[in-house]
Design a protein around this ligand. Structure first.
Ligand SMILES: Cc1cc2nc3c(=O)[nH]c(=O)nc-3n(C[C@H](O)[C@H](O)[C@H](O)COP(=O)(O)OP(=O)(O)OC[C@H]3O[C@@H](n4cnc5c(N)ncnc54)[C@H](O)[C@@H]3O)c2cc1C
Ligand code: FES
Ligand code: FES
Length: 493
């Protein structure tokens, strides 16, 4: 590998000003820095765990499609991850001289705020949406606001304000749109291809220059904490006060953030966020679109990666079961050595994955279901939006010409200590006619595959029953006896 130069500072733009920081803790959050160091207190702390959206800011980054601004949760975004970005806080919103910004004016006129604590967060989420779409649908507005909670106004007034923003001004005339070229040039000038290292010894934070540099750094420092989107690691710090240093920040790393299809297999780099993966996956594997829409809120999807969702080994991560059902494979890398394994074998036991010291998840390879095959995934939660899975079932089925089951893969989350296949159920289905009778017989096999737990999300009995019934639902939807059942946001409310 070519020798990499090292820089001992991070550089980014905060609102209109260039920022250079050469000293910071690896666990310093953007929210604390904004409020305590910069006295920018418009950005609020509600939950400090990515749920309420009071801390929403926009982060602009250079991508293959140019400068893109996304809403993020400043409470769980680490300062060290901001190198080469443009951070925009609510203080930067500007209207015509002497006037409020269109988003703010709409919120005032449509009574979108009472106590005001959540308001800057809503304003920033709506601002991010308005820049992408000046006439968004109700669904798009609701999606953009999934990660913003308001305890007093109620959402109808905010929805009305959101629909009216464009009557107060044009998104193309907004300062961020007008200054796009200049900001892009400033961000490009910050790119020097260097590795960033701040602090000394075990307290260091490192932003590798690219994926090869990451592999080399981790090989030397295998005990370091890998931080991708920080939507899990952020909570280790804000909720559990865990020491994450030395930390290696890999969000936006060159060589880790591409998604591409080759020969019917989609390869997703471990640094690809849910938002970045959405358009290709929802187009090529449409069943995944509605699932992705229910992972966290928009801010979490803008930061969180599929690689992080796999690497954390959580039994309730939403992407492993459908990817296992699709027959995905995982590439792990240590230094220059790579190995590719079936995704399901990565999960060994609770908190234990097949990952060697100094090894990292580089990419996941997902076969696009062939024509005529059937694939479904169902997530069960108490709340439709922004809720963690109680149980999730994913089903992949190929029928032979005579109507018998030629191939079947069923995987669940929330039913065991790891994401897990329902092997006994699959065995009971294989080679049998795809009929209600076969399915009902197979449902009796669930007890061999799973002994679910009772916890705050669901009882063991509920999980066991729901898991069995999801198979029946899959049968009903795929055999044409019932239309696919999809509950809309309005029906769920
Ligand atoms: C409000 C909120 C809502 C959420 N809702 C959902 C939800 O609905 N469904 C769901 O599944 N999850 C949810 N999550 C959890 C989280 O968003 C996901 O697990 C996410 O995919 C984690 O990705 P990340 O990039 O943020 O990982 P990080 O937090 O950066 O890292 C997670 C773990 O993976 C490791 N890691 C990251 N990348 C690699 C790599 N390339 N190689 C090796 N190790 C690596 C880290 O060291 C860490 O152990 C939610 C989180 C929040 C805060
Ligand atoms: S403070 Fe609640 S999401 Fe950040
Ligand atoms: S206005 Fe009070 S929390 Fe939303």
């Amino acid at each position: 590998m070519a020798k990499v130069s090292i820089r001992n500072e991070i550089r980014f733009i905060l609102n209109g000003s260039d920022v250079v920081l050469s000293s910071m803790a690896s666990d310093a959050t953007l929210l604390d820095w904004l409020r305590l160091d910069r006295s920018l207190r418009g950005t609020k702390e509600g939950c400090a765990e990515g749920d309420c959206g009071a801390c929403t800011v926009l982060v602009g980054k250079l991508s293959s499609s140019g400068l893109v601004y996304e809403s993020v949760n400043a409470c769980i975004r680490f300062l060290g991850s901001l190198d080469g970005t443009h951070v925009v806080t609510v203080e930067h919103l500007r209207g015509r001289p002497g006037q409020l910004h269109p988003v703010q004016q709409a919120m005032v006129d449509f009574h979108g705020s009472q106590c005001g604590f959540c308001t800057p967060g809503f304003v920033m989420s709506l601002y991010g949406l308005w820049m992408k779409s000046s006439d968004p649908s109700n669904e798009a507005i609701e999606k953009a606001l999934q990660g913003n909670l308001c305890r007093c106004t109620g959402y109808e007034a905010i929805m009305r304000a959101a629909r009216a923003i464009s009557s107060y001004g044009k998104a193309t005339k907004d300062p961020l749109a007008v200054e796009r070229k200049a900001i892009t040039a400033r961000l490009e000038a910050m790119r020097d291809g260097a590795r960033v290292e701040i602090g000394a010894g075990k307290k260091r934070l490192i932003v590798p220059a690219n994926v090869d540099d990451f592999a080399a750094v981790l090989d030397k420092e295998p005990g370091a904490t890998i931080v991708a989107g920080s939507t899990d690691v952020g909570l280790w710090v804000t909720k559990h006060m865990r020491d994450i240093s030395p930390a290696i920040f890999i969000g936006d790393l060159d060589g880790l953030c591409t998604i591409a299809e080759d020969n019917g297999v989609i390869t997703i780099g471990a640094g690809v966020t849910y938002t970045e993966a959405f358009s290709m996956l929802a187009k090529r594997i449409p069943t995944l679109g509605p699932l992705f829409d229910r992972i966290g809120g928009e801010q979490v999807r803008n930061m969180g990666t599929i690689g992080g969702n796999i690497a954390n080994g959580s039994p309730i991560g939403d992407t492993p079961p459908p990817l296992i059902a699709l027959g995905a494979r995982l590439t792990l890398r240590k230094g220059k050595k790579r190995r590719t394994i079936p995704l399901e074998t990565f999960f060994i036991a609770y908190g234990k994955q097949d990952r060697l010291s100094g090894e990292f998840v580089e990419a996941v390879h997902v076969p696009v279901p062939a024509k005529g095959t059937k694939f479904a995934v169902h997530k069960i939660t108490k709340r439709r939006d922004e809720d963690i899975t109680a149980a999730l079932g994913a089903f992949f089925l190929t029928l032979a010409k005579d109507g018998t089951v030629a191939d079947v893969r069923i995987a669940y989350g929330g039913m065991a200590a790891t994401p897990k296949r329902a092997s006994a159920v699959e065995k009971a289905l294989l080679g049998k006619p795809w009929t209600e009778q076969t399915v009902e017989a197979a449902m009796a096999e669930y007890a061999k595959d799973f002994t679910p737990l009772t916890d705050m999300r669901a009882s063991a009995e509920y999980r066991a029953l729901a898991a069995r019934n999801l198979l029946l639902r899959f049968f009903a939807e795929t055999s044409g006896t019932r239309k696919p059942i999809q509950v809309s946001r309005h029906e769920a409310a």
